[in-house]
Design a protein. Structure first.
Length: 575
């Protein structure tokens, strides 16, 4: 080849410096649109290993913790005091703290050490000691421990059913589809808070079409959320935030004690309830006090434990961009999920807000929860397109249903979802939209036209739906509140308008509020409308060939995807 025939590579960047073509191609990869920062321990921009984190210690006198993690009781802030008095077992703490961190980590990983034996130790550990344990574990060990430590044997999933236009007709269809796809919980939130009663009603009605069973939530400011729960228009709550430093708590006009009081208000009416926290929230709010993100999150976990709530939505949630920007941040997120489970809390393990432009990185963030299984693999899988997700978008959305189901099939792991035929989806979406149409008419709320029903049934999202008269809807929403409409009123309306099957499903869910079964750790409702929790479905993993694994009818269900060639007739695909 002559010199003139040699390809000339003249790739230049904007500053005129010559680079290789490979570098230029890599520079254009989506992952390089993500934000990455160097560790900055002084402001808390470090995942789980800050020089400012305290060393583990505890001292008990006269049945009271008088020193914890290097701080004497006289210098406790209100988080220290709450944890010391409410979250740590004083009778066992000194013995548990004496066990080396690596030995406790080995107990977590060792399948022959039972979950109960681990919890007997972890209930006496301070925040700094739990951090020390987590720091000894790599990501695979964290996953190994998680499959043993989750409270409920059977994993589940939670979906977001929201609309960019707060359209209740769209939401009722999305909730019905989410239910048939397998979500055990569905939650919504609003762009316009005053729309909440109509959208919450739509989600609750839609969730009980078909087999029914999912519990519903409307995530709002706490007074409205509690009001809707008390009325029986929602079934659980989780957006009750706790924080790891006192100044951040004070910024929210709250304390661990006020949050515990609020939790008791929910429990008094049989409403399932968990707190929300997440690695990085204190950094985002500008007062991490130099502590690592995981250390502060462990304080949040123990606040939830001390308050007596069933569990915690954690896994960084809306703060995921912060740990996602620093080294080992995603490992720290998996560790916070494990620690929540290791102190016997239900864990709704994040995979919530979108954090990366990279499809590979988003999947890598999902796997530490999906592969071992958690109580809720996602605390917000977007069951709608992300443009409709009013929780700021999710790590996975409705575009990913087929991918998610395929990964379940590939690895024989249960992420709580199932593939369903389009004909079944259209059937439940139609039934749900018509049920809401009938209920609105029965309660003299703004009418839903047949054209709206048809558009919402076949829509991918709000862009294909017919816009509502917002002013009239807001008047109707206020009527719901003024007339004291309850979940039982919805049951009556459904029964009176020919939707007795939906009414029966909804009534079965409401009955559980009275029985108190939904207050058990990790409680959900099955597709047979029976409560399932850590009480009657306790995790029994103790090594290979034990614990939960997809089998029988569930495995056969998971094998079926949209495009599977039939062995009996290769020309046909099994949908």
């Amino acid at each position: 080849m002559t010199a003139s025939a040699v390809p000339q590579n003249h790739a230049l960047d904007k500053d005129g410096v010559r680079h290789s073509h490979r570098t230029m191609l890599l520079e254009d990869r989506p992952v390089n649109l993500d934000g990455f920062v160097e560790e900055w321990p002084e402001v808390g921009m470090v995942a789980m290993d800050s020089a400012y984190d305290p060393a583990p210690s505890v001292r008990v006198e006269n049945g009271q913790i008088v020193e914890m993690d290097g701080t004497v009781r006289a210098d406790f802030d209100f988080i220290d005091q709450f944890i010391a008095d409410k979250a740590i077992d004083v009778a066992t703490t000194e013995a548990s703290m004496a066990i080396p961190a690596a030995e406790i980590a080995t107990m977590l990983v060792n399948p022959k050490v039972t979950r109960a034996e681990v919890i007997a130790v972890t209930k006496g550990l301070t925040p700094a000691k739990l951090l020390a344990v987590a720091k000894t574990m790599n990501i695979v060990e964290i996953m190994m421990a998680m499959q043993k430590m989750r409270a409920r044997r059977t994993p589940a999933n939670q979906g977001h059913c929201t609309s960019a236009r707060d359209n209740p007709v769209q939401v009722v269809c999305e909730a019905a589809e989410a239910s048939i796809r397998g979500f055990a919980e569905v939650e919504t939130t609003l762009g316009v808070v005053r729309y909440a009663p109509l959208v919450a009603m739509a989600q609750q009605i839609g969730s009980q079409v078909g087999t029914g069973g999912p519990l519903t939530q409307c995530a709002l400011e706490e007074a409205t959320e509690l009001d809707l729960g008390m009325r029986g228009i929602t079934g659980y709550a989780e957006t009750i935030s706790v924080y790891g430093t006192e100044p951040v708590f004070v910024d929210g006009d709250d304390t661990p004690y006020s949050k515990a009081f609020l939790a008791s208000a929910y429990a008094s009416r049989g409403i399932k309830m968990r707190f929300t926290s997440g690695t990085g929230s204190e950094v985002q709010m500008g007062n991490a006090q130099g502590k690592s993100m995981l250390y502060l999150e462990i304080r949040c976990i123990l606040i939830a434990k001390g308050a007596g709530v069933q569990g915690l939505q954690n896994g960084s949630i809306s703060c995921i961009g912060v740990p996602g920007a620093v080294p080992a941040g995603i490992r720290a997120v998996a560790a916070e999920n494990l620690i929540a489970s290791a102190v016997d809390l239900e864990c709704a393990s994040g995979n919530d807000q979108s954090f990366s432009h990279s499809a590979m990185r988003r999947t890598a963030r999902l796997m530490p929860q999906m592969m071992p299984g958690t109580d809720f693999v996602c605390s917000g899988y977007s069951a709608v397109p992300n443009y409709d997700n009013m929780f700021a978008g999710s790590n996975v959305d409705s575009d990913d249903f087929d991918d998610f189901n395929t990964i379940q099939r590939d690895l024989q792991i249960d992420g709580g979802l199932r593939h369903v035929k389009e004909s079944e989806i259209l059937e439940v979406r139609t039934r749900a939209a018509k049920a809401l149409q009938a209920v609105f008419a029965h309660l003299d709320l703004p009418p839903i036209s047949d054209a709206e029903v048809d558009a919402a049934v076949y829509a991918n999202g709000s862009r294909e739906c017919i816009p509502r008269d917002v002013l009239e809807d807001l008047k109707g929403a206020q009527q719901v509140m003024d007339r004291n409409v309850t979940g039982l009123d919805l049951v009556k309306a459904l029964e009176a308008t020919g939707f007795s099957d939906v009414a029966s499903n909804l009534l079965a869910v409401l009955r559980q509020r009275v029985s108190g079964d939904l207050l058990q750790t990790s409680a959900i409702m099955t597709r047979d409308l029976e409560p399932l929790s850590a009480v009657n479905d306790a995790n029994d993993y103790n090594g290979p060939d034990t614990g939960y694994r997809p089998s029988g009818a569930r495995w056969e269900e998971m094998k079926r995807l949209r495009h599977v060639t039939s062995a009996s007739n290769p020309e046909l695909e099994v949908e």
